[in-house]
Design a protein around this ligand. Structure first.
Ligand SMILES: [Fe+2]
Length: 398
């Protein structure tokens, strides 16, 4: 196999045989012109080399592949690449006890319902911080505990949970789960983590002050409606600071969560480092959550598609450092993602590997003939070179 440095590739190259990123993960098929986005994606995924037995047969100013080494131990990434999160939650072999998964789902559902009850009071202007402030702390601490004790299950809930109703509270809790995990990847500042969690849980609270016809509109917004919609961050800041008595940091997280990295967001149109890190994290988490959860006006994406979509941002909307932390957390195939394997069986990802994102730990869920697998047996794709993921499977519509 020839090793090709990704940075030496150019859009337009055509190969005589397939090129692979990983031991068996296809980078580009034979006779298909390479596109710049394929190269950019590999770079973003930290794939520095690709492998092929063929030749470049067409393309601009053809460069030959650098090096001619046999690919070896680094093809599948280092062994033992389990993340710290995985070791805490999955332990040896990474199996997911179904009872722990069910308990985590139930606990998150309970948190969503509690938060929804607070939202109802805020909407009716009946929230009294002196009487109910402690409930918010209990929700935030409860969610924090769930994330620490079972981050894999919490991510799996975001991808696979099918709780009906409570759209605002569900989005808030799911965004808070993802935001907390991303922040923990970037920093160990516990105090800020709490402020971020509160900001994430109440980031869209200002929507409750908008006319329902605008806040819940399914189709395209008119210019006036869009202007109204954008005021939700200001209302949110006021509610956070005055009604909930959040500190300035949490308030600013709410206020800035629609600002963009390139300064084209709203409402202050600040950019880059001027934007609160928590707001930048929520921006990514909220976008991902919206993509994987079905909205009335379009079908949901798979986690894989959503991660790819975020990565195509090209540093316009999102902070690249935050995006990179997000991809690390989620893996290429996030935990909970259903995938089709090349032997025709279906599987669910139960452990992402930061070092080998194309070779996660999975459990077989359906046999080749579509019947449910007898025992959900874990399969480590890192140890099964002949078995690989063909594609992610879209969530079934209920
Ligand atoms: Fe928002």
């Amino acid at each position: 196999m020839k090793k090709i440095v990704v940075e030496s590739l150019e859009a337009g190259y055509v190969f005589s045989v397939p090129v692979y990123m990983d031991a068996d993960s296809l980078f580009i098929a034979a006779n298909v012109p390479l596109e710049q986005k394929d190269i950019d994606r590999a770079i973003r995924w930290n794939v520095s080399e690709v492998f092929t037995e063929g030749e470049i047969i067409d393309g601009p100013g053809i460069k030959r592949a650098k090096g001619n080494e046999e690919h070896g131990q680094n093809m599948s990434g280092p062994r033992g690449g389990l993340s710290e999160r995985g070791e805490r939650n999955g332990g040896e072999g990474g199996t997911l006890p179904p009872e722990q998964e069910a308990a985590t789902y139930a606990a998150i559902t309970n948190i969503i319902q509690q938060l929804n009850a607070i939202f109802v009071l805020i909407e009716r202007r009946q929230f009294n911080v002196n009487r109910r402030g402690r409930q918010i702390n209990a929700i935030s601490e409860g969610l924090s505990g769930i994330i620490q004790n079972g981050s894999m299950f919490a991510v799996s809930f975001v991808l696979n949970g099918n709780l009906a109703g409570y759209p605002l509270a569900k989005n808030a809790v799911q965004t808070a789960i993802l935001s907390t995990l991303v922040f923990q990847e970037l920093s160990s500042n516990k105090a800020y983590n709490q402020e971020l969690l509160l900001g994430a849980l109440f980031h869209d609270i200002g929507m409750l002050r908008l006319p329902k016809a605008v806040a819940e509109k399914k189709g395209q917004l008119s210019d006036l409606e869009r202007e109204l919609m954008q005021t939700h961050v200001v209302y949110g800041y006021q509610i956070a600071r005055q009604e909930l008595r959040f500190n300035e940091v949490s308030g600013n997280i709410v206020l800035q969560h629609h600002e963009r990295w390139d300064g084209t967001g709203y409402t202050q149109q600040i950019d880059g480092a001027q934007i609160n890190i928590g707001a930048k994290i929520i921006s990514v988490a909220d976008a991902f959550e919206a993509m994987v959860n079905e909205k009335p006006y379009r079908n949901s994406m798979t986690g894989y598609e959503a991660v790819k979509n975020l990565l195509s941002d090209n540093s316009r909307r999102f902070d690249p450092a935050v995006l990179s932390a997000f991809v690390k957390i989620m893996g290429i195939y996030p935990v909970g993602q259903e995938v089709l394997l090349n032997n025709g069986t279906m599987a669910r990802v139960i452990e992402s590997r930061q070092q080998a994102p194309f070779r996660p730990l999975v459990v077989i869920t359906k046999e080749k003939d579509g019947t449910p697998a007898n025992n959900e047996k874990p399969v480590d794709l890192l140890n099964q070179p002949s078995l690989y993921i063909i594609r992610a499977i879209r969530k079934q519509k209920e």
